[in-house]
Design a protein around this ligand. Structure first.
Ligand code: SAM
Length: 332
């Protein structure tokens, strides 16, 4: 098999990268003012023109924040939340344990609502992937059709480089090794990465400020069985109302009863990515909980992490991180 081709021919993420489009090419080819309110979104989009993926990766995914050996680190905390949430499906379901059979055990596809405690299905969409893949290392055992997305072409290119095993791609192997360790299934990190690469079927442009965030490219892909989104919505929303609308928009991409795993910053007002200084809407735990409820989710789990002083490195002013597991349409 050619490295860029799956059994059904060239993958969407390969096709997407070869097409025309500048750094801010957007789903449907519209302008930032489509469906947007005020100039706040224009300013956010403008600030992202300077976003430098490699600087962002170094700031957040290389030591000290990328030191996965320290038990109080933010990396182990995030990876642990994700691994435990996906493992809860394995315990209660007794199937879909990463053997490629995640395409629909009893109760997953047929009824529309999987049994409580399970996060699995066929399709998963990662909203605002950025240049990172760590957020999918546990998910990929449970979903055979994964879509990655980002607003910026430079980030989609970073993803493509990793997916294609480009020698210059960012090295996620410390993360892959760590996830294999905490999952405790005896899987090698190479097999973990192989499975993730096989299961990411496409990388698409996205704009969470649009009523249809994927535009016409989403046809045939959504609604999905699960959404993942890490550090995106609060980092691209000029205010809380915009955050709420963005959450509403991405919720349309999820089927009723589907699961959202949302990770984000608490009480952060900015972060740096090279020469870019990106504004972030500061959120409190209660505000995230309320936003999820307003968008029609039942919260299944909510955890918070307090950033240790030693990890407050000046690349942002984040105070903490939240992890929410929410189910669309479930009782609050
Ligand atoms: C803080 S980064 C998060 C990256 C990654 N998910 C992570 O966990 O590190 C925020 C991401 O949102 C993307 N973004 C910017 N504007 C967006 C928009 N309107 N819709 C969706 N994503 C956007 C940026 O390109 C960037 O990759």
């Amino acid at each position: 098999m050619a490295p860029l081709e799956g059994p059904r021919g060239p993958r969407g993420w390969e096709r997407g990268y070869k097409g025309p489009g500048g750094p801010l090419d957007r789903p449907g080819g519209g302008t930032m003012s489509d469906g947007a309110v005020g100039g706040g979104l224009e300013a956010v989009a403008e600030s992202y023109r300077r976003f430098q993926p490699r600087a962002y990766l170094v700031n957040n995914y290389r030591p000290p924040r990328g030191d996965l050996s320290r038990p109080d680190g933010v990396g182990p905390w995030k990876l642990g939340c994700l691994a435990q949430t996906f493992a809860s499906g394995e315990r209660s379901g007794g199937e879909g344990t990463g053997d490629g059979g995640a395409g629909g055990g009893p109760g997953t596809q047929a009824s529309g609502f999987p049994p409580p405690g399970e996060v699995r299905g066929r399709s998963l969409l990662d909203v605002g992937s950025g240049p990172t893949v760590y957020q999918l290392l546990s998910a990929c055992a449970h979903f055979e059709d994964i879509t990655m997305t980002d607003f910026l072409e430079v980030n989609r290119r970073e993803l493509r480089d990793w997916l294609c095993r480009d020698p210059g791609a960012f090295d996620w192997s410390p993360y892959s090794r760590h996830v294999c360790l905490i999952e405790g299934k005896g899987e090698t990190w190479q097999d973990k990465e192989r499975q993730l690469r096989e299961r990411v079927k496409r990388v698409l442009p996205i704009d969470v400020h649009q009523d249809q965030p994927l535009g016409s490219a989403g046809a045939g892909t959504v609604p999905v069985d699960a959404l993942v989104s890490a550090f995106c919505l609060e980092a691209v929303s000029p205010d809380k109302a915009s955050f709420q609308r963005a959450l509403d928009h991405i919720t349309t991409l999820l089927r009723p009863g589907g699961h959202l795993l949302l990770i984000g910053a608490l009480e952060e007002s900015f972060y740096l990515a090279g020469s870019a200084r990106l504004a972030v809407v500061p959120l409190k735990e209660e505000e995230v909980r309320e936003a999820l409820a307003r968008s029609g989710y039942g919260i299944r789990d909510f955890r918070t992490y307090s950033m240790p002083a030693s990890l407050q490195t000046g690349v942002d002013d984040v105070r903490g991180v939240f992890f929410a597991w929410a189910q669309k349409g479930a009782a609050p």
